[in-house]
Design a protein around this ligand. Structure first.
Ligand SMILES: *Cc1c(COP(=O)(O)O)cnc(C)c1O
Length: 480
């Protein structure tokens, strides 16, 4: 076991290793190339009975663990959405771990509670969210969405489900588009609403919810004695960063007295840029809103910003006050244990503070605009290449495209070809991209959002994509 002197020495070495790692991370194979069970088999069956030297642990970290890591901080990481970090965020996270404070109530670390309140207000202002709303940090957007559905459920049952269970409340209905994130369905299930009451509404040609159909479905449900409860709007879908028409949705929600939750998990960071705030039109009529600084705002996982119009519904849904948690200051301060599911909470506001101060609003805006510009430039290249096509508008910095040689029209063949292309690209270790299906078409997703990504990484990736696609077409299609 380490003592303080040994810790001091090793911690310096680890800090150096981290700096080296970030300096060289672009040269690691982005996607881990290990086989299933390879890491598991390399580890002993039981914990060691006696203390092991730290040097042995460190060696195994480098030899066993590192090869099973997919390098999310690599500037060649273009898959899913990013889980960005930054030097500032990393430093704050080290301090958070060092202090190891539980930030469940004000008294258990006043600075954590008050910094969190202040940071949520900074974010709210910087993103153009309504002034009167309140914010709280959640671990993930999934948790925030669950909180939204539970709050809606309790508001509309007058807190009777919390009291008595579901006995007299059935057939609540939740509406979202077919392009909505899987966390909505998960929340519907956990909140006891039932998957059958989750209504997924078709989308238009830009993958945004068909609001005309939505309204018909809500009206039919009222007729049918069901209880429309909540609409979930998506600003920036996971497949293609499509934006639902929030203004129209907010009118429908208001007219039919539904809770409106807004899932902007990824794209919410873009509202730091005034030129994208038109997508927020109608937000003042919504009830809750979530976005993840841990995706594109250079604040490492986990850090999800959840905002609510009226905190009363949230707090009354979750509050508990056993004797041992009562304090003298309960009416003056925020006790965030009542603003979400877990009791214990990490000090996550610190990394937001470090990043927002060190980068400044202008610095953040500059980097976001660079990412968007890089993606728009590449979109143009792909769109004008005769053998590739863009499959959804690049609204921000996610490019949805596929390889489509002019002479191939068979959709199944194109799907197979693009699936193979993605596998080939990812197997090189030089880039990592993911896929989705849009209108049945196998679609490559390339998101240009990694904190330290530069134009050269994008150009290299595009070069690689073209080379591999051509090779695939000669190797593979000849045998067809
Ligand atoms: C990533 C994402 C989520 C889930 O985020 P978590 O924080 O991992 O739960 C939800 N909705 C959308 C639109 C997303 O892009």
């Amino acid at each position: 076991m380490l003592n303080n002197t040994e810790f001091r020495k090793i911690a310096h070495q680890v800090a150096d290793w981290i700096a080296d790692y970030w300096e060289n991370v672009e040269h690691y194979p982005v996607k881990s190339q290990v086989k299933p069970r390879e890491i598991y088999e390399a580890l002993p069956e039981e914990m060691p009975a006696n203390s092991e030297d730290f040097s042995a642990i460190w060696q195994d970290f480098q030899q066993i663990i590192l090869k099973g890591i997919t390098h999310w901080q690599s500037p060649n990481f273009f898959a899913y959405f990013p889980a960005n970090s930054s030097y500032e965020s990393l430093l704050a996270e080290m301090l958070t771990a060092a202090m190891g404070a539980q930030c469940m109530i004000w008294e258990t670390s006043p600075a954590a509670a008050e910094l969190e309140e202040k940071m949520m207000n900074w974010l709210k202002k910087a993103c153009g969210l309504p002034e009167t709303w309140s914010g709280v940090i959640q671990d993930t957007a999934s948790s925030a969405t669950l909180c939204a559905l539970l709050s809606a459920r309790e508001k509309f049952s007058d807190f009777q489900i919390n009291e008595k269970g579901f006995e007299s409340f059935t057939n609540f209905r939740v509406y979202a588009s077919v392009q909505t994130h899987s966390s909505i369905e998960k929340a519907v299930k956990i909140a006891g609403i039932g998957k059958e009451n989750f209504v997924q509404v078709p989308c238009d040609e830009h993958f945004a919810i068909r609001t005309d159909l939505l309204e018909k479905l809500i009206e039919a449900d009222w007729q049918d004695d069901k209880k429309p409860l909540c609409i979930v709007a998506t600003l920036g879908t996971t497949s293609s960063t499509a934006f639902d028409d929030l203004e129209k949705l907010s009118e429908i929600a208001q007219k039919h007295h539904l809770w409106l939750h807004v899932d902007a998990a990824y794209a919410g960071t873009a509202f730091l840029l005034p030129e994208f705030r038109h997508y927020l039109k109608g937000i003042e009529k919504a009830d809750s809103y979530v976005f993840n600084p841990h995706k594109w705002m250079f604040v490492n996982f986990d850090c999800s910003a959840y905002f609510v119009k009226e905190k009363e519904w949230l707090i009354r849904t979750f509050e508990i006050l056993p004797e041992y948690l009562k304090t003298q200051n309960d009416s003056l301060v925020n006790n965030y244990r009542d603003w979400g599911i877990p009791l214990g909470r990490r000090f996550r506001a610190l990394k937001l503070w470090f990043v927002m101060r060190s980068w400044g609003l202008r610095g953040l805006q500059k980097r976001l605009r660079e990412h968007i510009q890089l993606a728009q430039d590449l979109t143009r290249k792909i769109a004008t290449h005769p053998d590739f096509e863009i499959l959804a508008p690049t609204t921000l910095n996610l490019i949805c495209f596929r390889y489509k040689p002019t002479h191939i029209t068979d959709e199944n063949l194109l799907n197979t070809l693009n699936e193979k292309l993605l596998q080939t690209l990812n197997a090189t270790g030089k880039v990592y991209m993911s896929h989705t299906k849009l209108n049945g078409k196998y679609t490559l997703r390339m998101v240009v959002a990694q904190t330290y990504v530069l134009q050269k990484h994008i150009l290299n990736a595009w070069q690689l994509i073209q080379e591999r696609a051509e090779k695939l077409q000669t190797d593979y299609l000849e045998n067809f």
